[in-house]
Ligand binder design. Structure first.
Ligand code: SF4
Length: 431
């Protein structure tokens, strides 16, 4: 069968798609990048916001009109399950049932509705996955699921409880990829700091980073996403010891008020969060810390919002992802908390924070003026310029050429904005 896989959502979904593509090829199916050419279209879906789920349903509608066999995987598959069959879907694959995809595709022509929810992750040979989106950077999921149950979040219900991959398996995957020219790796998990806890053998993210940094060919290691009360100071210590571990920590705080943090079931206080960042910065003074904030959570008063504004001013995050609260069906907040902040207030608060963060970005970026930084060239942007990131996850754009993608270059920064930095290549470093 000719199969097209379309990905919505996060990097973990991207990685799942890469794995599924490899599994399909192994079983003799053909892949196509063109949806219209495909016999079967698989949508790898996201349910984090209502909007992302709506996009999936509208895509299903279009595919039905084209007469395609449709498969659904990812968070919407797990959340909606059999309901999806009412929309004309041929098969539904749970978030841990990836290895069942080839079978579901083979059977799709029979017209029977197929639901696969069983965990088949152990059948995956991660080190054999060659269907990666990039030739130099690889996503590596190290832990599945989340046990934190933040009251607004659907993920623990769609992705299940935490399950870490064995460290040896991850090291084998990374080593195999370095032999094929991969040099940058991002370790992924909904709560990457919980990595190893369920293995109960002393395995941890810091240990994995240290071991991976020893592998020949590894140039840079990233990890996403951290959870404050699970974050270990062993991680910045590992960063301080090793220049291959990026000095970038994405540590979502979600709110600046203790009242709201409690209502969100985030298991730390504002004071604990601030102390954690201060400790990280003591160990790695140039650590780049970015964060996520939800605006307009139920019960958010003017004082609560002011507490968030104050936190943003004090913390000076390098990057801030802002989201307006919207209830997700099936979560505790949806069930028990009234969505009582008027939409206009949410939008006003959101744009206040956006402007504040813009000013902070501009101020922090000024420190880069005339600096020469080491960048791994990532890709070409629509404006024709090439771009890459430095060790602190700062994006820098410059004139370049296709053959530089994946190479390490020295770039001198010559233009500052509140967004990306601009510069010129000074030297191509041969690695
Ligand atoms: S830690 Fe993240 S993934 Fe887990 S429940 Fe909270 S917001 Fe969702």
């Amino acid at each position: 069968m000719k199969v097209h896989v379309f990905t919505y959502g996060c990097q973990m979904n991207e990685n799942d798609t890469e794995i599924v593509k490899q599994l399909l090829l192994k079983e003799g199916h053909e892949l196509t990048e063109n949806e219209d050419e495909a016999d079967v279209v698989i949508l790898n879906t996201c349910a984090v916001r209502r909007k992302s789920e709506e996009k999936v349903y509208s895509h299903i509608g279009k595919l039905k009109k084209k007469g395609k066999k449709i498969g659904i995987m990812g968070c919407v598959a797990e959340k909606e399950k059999e309901n999806l069959f009412k929309r004309g879907v041929a098969f539904v694959i749970g978030t841990r049932a990836l290895a069942s995809v080839p079978k579901a595709v083979s059977n799709a022509k029979n017209g029977n509705k197929q639901l696969f929810l069983e965990d088949t992750l152990e059948e995956i040979e991660y080190h054999r996955v060659e269907t990666r989106n990039s030739k130099h950077h690889a996503w590596v999921t190290i832990i599945y699921g989340c046990d934190r149950f933040c009251t607004y979040c659907i993920v623990p219900y769609t992705r299940g409880r935490e399950k870490s991959r064995p460290v040896d398996e991850i090291i084998k995957e990374v080593s195999t990829l370095t032999q094929k020219g991969y040099k940058e790796f991002t370790f992924l998990g909904q709560n990457v700091d919980a990595y190893g806890k369920d293995l109960k053998d002393g395995t941890s993210l810091a240990m994995l980073l240290r071991e991976s940094a020893k592998i020949e060919g590894v140039k840079r290691l990233w990890f996403l996403t951290s959870y404050p009360s699970d974050f270990s100071l062993e991680i910045p210590k590992a960063m301080a010891e090793n220049s291959k571990i990026a000095r970038s920590i994405h540590l979502p705080v979600q709110h600046g008020s203790n009242n709201i943090l409690k209502a969100m079931n985030r298991r730390y206080t504002r004071e604990e969060y601030i102390a954690l960042i201060e400790n990280i910065r003591k160990i790695v003074p140039d650590a780049s810390v970015s964060s996520d904030i939800i605006v307009g959570f139920p019960g958010e008063s003017d004082e609560d919002f002011e507490a968030t504004v104050d936190l943003v001013k004090v913390m000076k995050f390098e990057r801030l992802n802002l989201a307006v609260y919207s209830p997700r069906e099936g979560t505790v907040a949806w069930k028990y908390l009234k969505d009582d902040v008027p939409y206009k207030t949410k939008v006003r608060r959101m744009s206040y924070l956006l402007n504040l963060q813009k000013m902070i970005n501009r101020e922090l970026n000024e420190e880069y003026k005339d600096k020469v930084v080491e960048v791994i060239v990532e890709a070409q942007a629509k404006n024709g310029l090439f771009y890459g990131r430095d060790l602190r996850n700062k994006i820098i754009s410059f004139e370049g050429s296709e053959d530089l993608i994946g190479k390490t270059v020295l770039v001198k920064v010559n233009k500052i904005t509140a967004g990306p930095l601009y510069g010129a290549i000074e030297k191509i470093l041969e690695f």
